[in-house]
Design a protein. Structure first.
Length: 410
């Protein structure tokens, strides 16, 4: 294969053959095709799109870049959920252990921060000692013992997505339907699931800005899942304001732990229960009880301990990553909050250091926002709109300005 010719073909809007897509992904995964050529193809796909056939080829090529999970005959139902990404979306941190309370197996393969959105793996890695790289054998053993594992793509499982995901994050090639379908579905198909629920976001803080584009993405993922025999459900959810009241890695873990203690923001708790009920064998009432009575928190502790994490620190998580500077942003008027723009909040969080600009950037677990006010809330002049966690005063000052542009009070 002459790599520049394949890139040129897609750049000119032609369809790629199954063999060209498979050879490209195989070459990229083994290191024969460098990042700059993969970036060029990703950008060509971003602009020109892909047909349903090309998208299926890309998904299969990425799935087949690695191993898939195999379960013993005695395994229970295997289920999972995946979100297309949003601001403050820490649902997986609560939902995975919650689902495992039902004796189901939850082999969740997630990603790092992507574009303006945070990533489950980065959030988990804020837990001291937590290891997101599991071999297939370690994952199987943990499913037998705990029922839930939360891990990343590895050199054995979804290696193509591991590399391409990190590349897309820093080359502005994330919001492309075929690239999202292949990225998400290659991970979920590698898990060999019985049931999958996809949380498809639309709005300013989502990759799909309109409901129509989210519907199209949902349909494309559902088609791939069902063609592979997975009972796939999709739920569309707005992402115009951040989910919950915290944005930033450690701050989101703290908020997820609140929900696992039966507290936390109502919107977060509600979406966790709604999505879990789509794939669970028990009803929403039972799921709510497991949040309220500590069963889900216990499951989370067991999972953290099984992956080398410090389960004790979960009881005092707000002390684990204190930011150098915290500052409240006060409203300069009284009124009702009419907007908390998720896109602007996400970008402000990135600017504080919660995400990456280059693939090998270190992220700062401590920074971000909490106590974020919600749309519809009444606020008095001098009332708190949000609290900033920053590395220094200058960063806090910039973030305050960005938050003021994101939050509207009328
Ligand atoms: N989540 C993923 O795993 N991949 C994407 O491309 C978007 C969201």
């Amino acid at each position: 294969m002459h790599v520049p010719t394949v890139i040129e073909k897609k750049r000119e809007g032609q369809s790629l053959a199954d063999g060209e897509i498979r050879d490209f992904i195989a070459g990229y995964t083994c290191g024969d095709i460098p990042d700059y050529q993969m970036s060029a193809l990703a950008m060509a796909i971003y602009f020109q799109g892909m047909t349903a056939e090309e998208t299926a080829s890309l998904t299969h090529a990425m799935l087949e870049s690695g191993e898939v999970f195999e379960y013993p005959d005695t395994a229970p139902l295997v289920v999972d959920k995946h979100s297309t990404g949003g601001i403050g979306d820490k649902v997986s941190l609560v939902l995975a252990p919650l689902l495992a309370c039902d004796e189901l197996w939850v082999p969740m393969i997630s990603g790092r921060g992507l574009g303006i959105t945070g990533g489950t793996l980065d959030k988990l890695e804020s837990i001291p000692g937590f290891d997101v790289s599991r071999s297939r054998e370690q994952a199987m053993q943990q499913l037998e013992e705990v029922g839930v594992v939360m891990m990343g793509q590895t050199p054995e499982v979804c290696p193509a997505d591991k590399r391409l995901y990190a590349l897309r994050d820093v080359t502005a090639t994330v919001p492309s339907q075929p690239l999202i379908v292949a990225s998400i579905m290659s991970k979920k198909l590698a898990e060999s699931l019985n049931r999958l629920v996809l949380d498809v976001k639309h709005g300013s803080g989502a990759f799909m800005k309109t409901r129509e584009s989210a519907e199209s993405l949902a349909g494309a993922m559902q088609a791939v899942g069902e063609a592979m025999g997975v009972d796939t459900r999709t739920v569309l959810n707005p992402m115009d304001q951040p989910l919950g009241q915290a944005v930033g890695n450690a701050l989101e873990v703290a908020e997820a732990l609140d929900v696992l203690r039966g507290a936390g923001p109502a919107d977060l708790r509600q979406i966790v229960i709604e999505l879990a009920a789509e794939v669970s064998e028990v009803d929403a009432g039972q799921l709510a009880d497991w949040l309220d009575d500590g069963t889900a928190l216990q499951k989370c502790r067991a999972m953290v301990a099984a992956q080398g994490g410090d389960a004790e620190c979960l009881d005092r998580y707000d002390e684990v990553h204190p930011a150098a500077v915290t500052r409240e942003v006060m409203s300069d008027r009284s009124g009702v909050v009419t907007a908390v723009d998720a896109d602007r909040v996400g970008r402000a969080s990135l600017a504080l250091g919660a995400g990456r600009a280059c693939a090998d950037d270190e992220i700062d677990f401590s920074v971000g926002f909490d106590r974020l006010i919600k749309v519809g809330a009444d606020v008095a002049a001098g009332g708190v709109l949000a609290r900033i966690h920053a590395a220094d005063d200058d960063a806090a000052m910039v973030a305050e300005q960005q938050l003021r542009e994101a939050i509207e009070v009328e």
